[in-house]
Design a protein around this ligand. Sequence first.
Ligand code: MRU
Length: 356
Amino acid sequence: MKIQNQHYRTIWRDAPSVCIIDQTQLPFALVIERINTHTQMCHAIKTMQVRGAPLIGAAAAYGVGLGIQHNPDDQTVHKVASELIATRPTAVNLAWAVQRMTQQLLSVPDAQRVQAAWEFAQAIADEDVAQNHAIGQHGHSLIAAKAAAKPMRVINILTHCNAGWLATVDGGTALAPIYAAHDAGLNVHVWVDETRPRNQGASLTAWELAQHGVPHTVISDNAGGYLMQHGQVDMVIVGADRVTSNGDVCNKIGTYLKALAAYDQQVPFYAAVPTPTIDWQLLQGTDIEIEMRDADEVAYMQGQNASGQVCQIRVIPYESKALNPAFDVTPARLVTGIITEHGVFRPEQLLSLAAR
Ligand code: MRU
């Protein structure tokens, strides 16, 4: 993706470091941070300097490279892997990437492991970019079909959280079809849910759509149902942190409410999902561990004040408690289709992909 006409990925190796875009500083500052140890990578994942299911998978893969660079023995590989896996529980991409790294590294002699780790991590990052590109093409066809049915009219797409290029190594999942449609000249407009409590929609999705020149409007999380009732939403496209083999979609908290409203209003609801986000071991979404984050993320909001300083303000009484579940599960029955790099599947058809 381009930021002010310069191409960036969200993560890349610049030996001896791994560089990331610090997403906690966006949209007000573009800060590149150098990560030098796997402990620093664990911290970056936990504090959401890097975030989004595919990106935390790639970040953890690079983290393995950092963690074994001075001692690549079996014990260190296992220790580094378990510390990285423990950083965030819900997005399956993280455990998937670390397990793949571990398996591949243990099959290589110790003396070759450091170099191999960088190559394996790079492969995970490159595969993510290719998968997202394919998702973009398949999703573009869905948008093009809507546009054909509604000639000369704007296609309004609602999205929740950030499943754009910032949530991946590059390209995005839910936003990939939107970028492809926009680049092909379709008249798309995006309703961007702000996505409390951390506002990934308002601060990240809005920022990257603006960088790409895609027309968009930020709405409060509560506005989506109203817009659907008034014919203002043609389709919903979201990302996912984990999809179970029955097609249940776990994504950022609030996604389920959007799916319910979409179902009630007969608005198609799609999840854009690269296959590393599918957990074939879990049969249903209720088995997914939902990350509970610090209540302060609900009690405080971050923003820029009139003097240009980024600061935190408290929005609830000091006497009140807050609760912060970070994800919810949308049952397969509410999902119109799952857009993968291999095509678009009805949730009940998903298992046909497992054999590939
Ligand atoms: O807590 P976050 O910001 O990591 O959550 C991100 C999401 O829920 C995304 O929608 C999901 O990871 C898909 S990203 C392509």
